[in-house]
Design a protein. Structure first.
Length: 239
């Protein structure tokens, strides 16, 4: 989700982008030596800080994050002076396996809702299960390697404002991506699963990629936009 300044190129095309030395191809599920039990992820660190990476505008506050039953909710709004939003990062780190988000991502000019994962320290690699960065219904899935080269796909459709299941499966030699159970692409890249990655859910506001919000962004009944995740699960894979 983070856009590290890069003087190289960012290229996007529907369903296929190849940068670097890996290839995007169709794939079948790898034979698993062992799959563990599916775990629900709900133990979070709640950010409480002004966030300026990628020239973003928001202040993350725990007041914009809560649960409605088992559904994680993140609220984003502008109070006339400050852009408020929420971000959670899993306390635990996870390795090889399936990361699945059943999520309803909002849309709005200048908003960047995302369900994703990365190491955090150091930042890369990063695996974005879904982002909706523009005022439309186009969803992006991205893998960032150690040098912030991108493998990225986008699909147009009725995604924003509706629940869909976004998934990436991290294997020893690749990362496979899915939407609603349909395979969308593979980033061929070997990463040691012992590094561990944090699961992250947030909505950024403004910044380098989605651009600036305007008054249409908050044209809702209560002047806010909401990201909702009804399920976030991790199923470990042991090679």
């Amino acid at each position: 989700m983070m856009r590290i300044p890069n003087k190289g190129r960012l290229e996007v095309m529907a369903l296929g982008l190849v940068l670097g030395t890996w290839a995007v191809t169709g794939t079948t599920a790898a034979h698993a030596s062992s799959w563990g039990a599916t775990q629900s992820i709900s133990n979070w660190r709640y950010l409480n800080e002004r966030y300026t990476s990628n020239n973003e505008w928001e202040y993350y506050t725990p007041k914009c994050v809560w649960y409605e039953g088992s559904t994680l909710v993140i609220k984003s709004y502008f109070d006339g002076k400050t852009y408020w939003s929420g971000r959670v990062e899993s306390v635990s780190t996870y390795g090889y396996g399936s990361y699945k988000f059943t999520a309803n991502l909002p849309w709005g000019k200048g908003l960047l809702p995302a369900v994703w994962a990365c190491n955090l320290s150091p930042w890369l690699p990063e695996m974005d299960a879904a982002e909706i960065p523009f005022n439309n219904s186009q969803v992006f899935q991205t893998f960032h390697d150690w040098h912030n080269n991108l493998t990225q796909w986008n699909r147009s459709g009725n995604y924003a404002g509706n629940y869909h299941t976004y998934e990436f499966v991290w294997m020893p030699d690749r990362i496979d991506y899915y939407i609603d159970g349909t395979f969308t692409g593979t980033a061929w890249y070997a990463i040691d699963g012992k590094i561990g990655i944090h699961v992250i859910v947030n909505t950024a506001i403004g910044g380098d990629w989605p651009g600036a919000p305007d008054k249409t962004t908050w044209n809702t009944s209560d002047g806010a936009r909401y990201l909702k995740c009804s399920a976030i699960t991790y199923t470990p894979y042991y090679p």
